[in-house]
Ligand binder design. Structure first.
Ligand code: F0G
Length: 451
């Protein structure tokens, strides 16, 4: 652990501690809030000591052509901005990051936007954005000599943790809500050898339980309350800025569950600006599902400095979270950048996911809230025609194939949920049809569906 270069600062009371002194639950002993990693050297560095923006940009680009394992990671390629390890040689990496930024021409046209892109974090090794955070925090766990790591999860964190733990030769414990996660994710935790416990509670209950367990056994907690997770998850901000030639998009739209990811991306852009690598930050907006919308409620009530937990319900199981741990950090990222926090309905999520599908981009339902939210922001005049927008797609479509199949079979939504959206849904549904094995039957099916 490179405690010379970094320290932890409490987000609530501002207390600073060394990384080695963090409690197992990563909560501040004084006020109970979460910590953020900070690098004191950056604040004092002036003149020649300050990282040279031009040199860094050149170095990071050069590393894309390197054959070194560490350089091939889209997280550790930016290692100067996350000096959290004693030796970068000990980083546990699956070559995460370096994910594609796709243009969305059809959605852009429909919304009257010039520049609309999707940063597809589902193209990471285990199929979600969690890999970028896991490579960072699991490498810290390894350097600290832990043999067990653990997380509570709606599925993706557990898949990522189990994979990175297996690569590092560590054991992993997964707590998931019974029956409420997608099979694709559960299968990954099993495949990578995690001890997987399905608990008769929700995600919030799993996290609460794990917080108690890590105080009783030498197990390293890898949920996004662990500030090192966010150090990895901030790096897509660097990739986006790099893709925009070190300017930034006007808007970044992120799904909100436990609210670690929006916090991390906010931190990434903030640090780029503080270090003089970019001139400004994008507006960061967070979109939640209507049935799991505690932060959207806080913003709607005009008091984003308070959060009332909710009992969460949504088919976008990845963001089925009613008591998000990182809500204060996310609220600050939204407020500091002039963004918004909204919620979207089950029908709006399903339609947006199918629309992304028509662009050749699959994603999880939780990721599709970004396009659904953008439509609302555009309708409210908060996004202008000339604005550039990046949607952060967080998970791969194959994680939750059941959802997609149910949508196309017309069995996903209840009639009252679909009310008012029937025409859009009918136009998007592409159910498979059973036909006789003859050319005539296939051509007849083609004629029927092509119309
Ligand atoms: N999208 C996907 C696909 C997710 O898996 C998650 C969170 C989110 C969005 C929300 O991100 O929590 O940082 O606000 N999944 C967690 C998990 C909670 O356990 O896999 P967040």
């Amino acid at each position: 652990m490179n405690d010379n270069l970094h320290q932890l600062r409490c987000f609530g009371c501002g207390q600073r501690i060394s990384g080695a002194d963090a409690r197992p639950d990563f909560r501040c002993a004084q006020c109970g809030d979460l910590f953020e990693v900070e690098y004191p050297g950056w604040a004092v560095a002036r003149g020649h000591d300050r990282p040279n923006p031009g040199a860094l940009k050149w170095l990071w680009r050069e590393r894309r052509c390197s054959s070194e394992t560490i350089d091939q990671s889209g997280v550790w390629r930016f290692r100067e901005l996350l000096p959290i390890l004693d030796s970068f040689g000990s980083a546990v990496t699956l070559r995460e990051g370096n994910t594609p930024l796709y243009a969305l021409p059809r959605a852009a046209k429909a919304l009257g936007l010039d520049q609309l892109f999707a940063k597809h974090q589902g193209m990471n090794p285990t199929g979600s954005f969690k890999d970028t955070g896991m490579t960072a925090a699991l490498s810290v766990a390894k350097e600290r000599g832990f043999s067990w790591v653990a997380c509570a999860s709606t599925g993706n964190t557990s898949a990522a943790m189990a994979a990175y733990a297996a690569r590092a030769g560590l054991r992993s414990l997964v707590l998931i809500p019974d029956g409420k996660i997608a099979w694709g994710k559960l299968s990954q935790a099993m495949d990578y050898g995690a001890v997987t416990c399905q608990l008769k509670t929700d995600f919030d209950g799993c996290l609460q339980l794990l917080t108690t367990i890590v105080q009783q056994a030498p197990i390293y907690l890898l949920n996004s309350v662990n500030p090192y997770r966010l150090e990895g998850q901030k790096t897509p901000a660097f990739e986006i800025a790099e893709a925009f030639d070190w300017s930034v998009p006007d808007h970044l739209i992120v799904p909100g569950g436990n609210l670690g990811n929006s916090s991390a991306l906010g931190k990434g852009f903030r640090e780029l600006k503080e270090l003089g690598l970019v001139a400004r930050m994008p507006r960061i907006s967070v979109i939640q599902a209507e049935g799991a919308n505690p932060l959207a409620r806080s913003f709607a009530s005009g008091n984003p400095s308070a959060l009332e937990p909710v009992e969460a319900h949504t088919r976008a199981t990845a963001i089925r979270i009613g008591n998000p741990a990182s809500w204060r950090k996310a609220a600050k990222a939204i407020q500091d950048t002039g963004g918004w926090c909204l919620d979207v309905t089950e029908a709006e999520i399903a339609i947006a996911k199918a629309e992304l599908g028509t662009e050749g981009l699959g994603c999880e339902p939780a990721s599709a809230v970004t396009l659904a939210g953008l439509k609302k922001l555009r309708a409210q005049g908060k996004v202008a025609a000339a604005d550039s927008v990046v949607l952060v797609l967080t998970g791969h479509t194959l994680k939750d194939a059941d959802y997609t199949i149910d949508f196309h079979r017309g069995s996903l939504l209840q009639p009252e949920e679909a009310a008012g959206h029937e025409t859009e849904i009918t136009a998007l549904c592409r159910n498979a049809v059973s036909v006789d094995a003859t050319p005539e039957a296939v051509l007849a099916a083609l004629k029927e569906q092509a119309g």
